[in-house]
Design a protein around this ligand. Structure first.
Ligand SMILES: N[C@@H](CCC(=O)N[C@@H](CS)C(=O)NCC(=O)O)C(=O)O
Length: 222
């Protein structure tokens, strides 16, 4: 039986895992959890993830949550096309970069936070959007700043990705982050290094196929 990824087209976290599965060459089926309609609170889904969030990956009779934990699990279980470097310092650089989006920016723009801001704190739509744009922009600035830093820039003399020659989990976090930033109106064109890595990554079919535009239920912004 193929693995099932519980996913939603707008989810940046599920997007990371779709790329990982593609890179590992693991075929999977998608099960849509419509976060805007509250399907994350359905009993059937809550039994997989009491956090009421996607992604959840069902592998055999086991289910896994938290995108970075899933990616690291897949990387340890399936050795082909590694997503984390073996070198200790590079593993640290990979995780450090990944966490800018996964731990510091993205968690505050998810539906539960936007809904709380609107319902409890009476933010209007523009204010909610500004709040999200602030954090996504901050993430872009931090990522761009890191890529300019010698620790990372020295790696880019070897290749076009965050860690240079090899695609890594850091790239899987960068791609959804930039698009998420655009969705909230961040002008990302100033982030030369991010754009350059993004452009190089989309030359890989594994990244192209994971894009939300191919996801069931995708809605193009008007
Ligand atoms: N840290 C988690 C974040 C999971 C998460 O919050 N996912 C969002 C979509 S990107 C979600 O399902 N949110 C549901 C909600 O906020 O109600 C991960 O990386 O998997």
């Amino acid at each position: 039986m193929k693995p099932v990824l519980f996913s939603f087209w707008r989810s940046l976290a599920a997007w990371r895992v779709r790329i990982a599965l593609n890179i590992k060459g693991i075929e999977y089926n998608l099960s849509v959890v419509n976060l805007l309609e509250g399907e994350q609170f359905n009993d059937s889904f809550t039994s997989y993830n009491p956090e009421h969030s996607v992604p959840v990956l069902q592998l055999g009779n086991q289910s896994f949550a938290q995108s970075l934990a899933i990616i690291e699990y897949l990387d340890e279980k399936y050795k082909q096309n590694p997503l984390l470097p073996t070198n200790l310092k590079l593993r640290y650089l990979c995780r450090r970069f990944s966490l800018i989006s996964a731990a510091d920016s993205h968690p505050v723009i998810v539906p539960r936070v936007r809904n709380l801001l609107a319902s409890e704190y009476k933010f209007n739509e523009v204010q909610v959007n500004d709040f999200c744009r602030y954090f996504m922009k901050r993430g872009c600035e931090a990522m761009e700043g890191l890529l300019e830093h010698e620790e990372y820039s020295s790696l880019q003399t070897h290749g076009p990705y965050v860690l240079g020659k090899n695609i890594s989990m850091a790239d899987l976090c960068l791609i959804p982050h930039i698009q998420g930033a655009r969705n909230y109106g961040v002008d990302v064109s100033n982030y030369d290094r991010l754009i350059s890595v993004e452009t190089a990554l989309y030359e890989n079919v594994e990244f192209e196929r994971a894009h939300p535009k191919h996801h069931p239920g995708f809605v193009k912004k008007q």
